[in-house]
Design a protein around this ligand. Structure first.
Ligand SMILES: [Zn+2]
Length: 153
């Protein structure tokens, strides 16, 4: 068992640890994972010192398995986060999230005139790889990662 510093804020037996979340995105992830009504143990830490980010946040969720759409939502708002799967207090799997090249249905288009806001069609964004921005497939509005508005909120 690795005695990493994160254990200081409470180890979990089985579940997941989402690490390297930018501090300002921590509570957004709490919201999209609907943790407010979750009945198992949750530890949320924010403004933690980190080597790679200025400050980071960590969320530990007992007895949780992330579904694919939850992983995709996390990768949209915290693409540099890592997901640790914990079994019997040990990290059995560590996954670094990847940015999605194409995003269907998860992101709302901010352009009020966009057809995706008026007709019953799935929203669709395509990532512009050089800049990590996303372009609406329908109206071609370009948004940066910080401007992403998830539909699940
Ligand atoms: Zn649009």
């Amino acid at each position: 068992m690795s005695k990493g510093k994160e254990l200081l804020i409470g180890a979990i037996k089985d579940g997941i640890v989402i690490d390297h979340i930018p501090s300002k995105k921590v509570f957004l992830i709490v919201e999209i994972l609907k943790l407010k009504n979750y009945s198992q143990r949750i530890t949320v830490a924010t403004n933690m010192p980190s080597s790679s980010l200025v400050k980071k946040g960590i969320i530990k969720i007992e007895d949780k398995i992330l579904q694919e759409n939850e992983l995709n939502n996390i990768s949209l708002i915290a693409p540099d986060a890592t997901i640790n799967i914990i079994e019997d207090y040990e990290v059995v799997e560590k996954t670094k999230l990847e940015r999605l090249d194409e995003v269907e249905e998860l992101v709302r288009c901010d352009n009020p005139k966009c057809i995706s806001n008026h007709e019953n069609i799935k929203t669709k964004f395509v990532r512009l790889k050089e800049e990590n921005k996303y372009k609406c497939f329908y109206c071609e509005k370009i948004i940066s990662e910080d401007e992403i508005h998830l539909k699940t909120k």
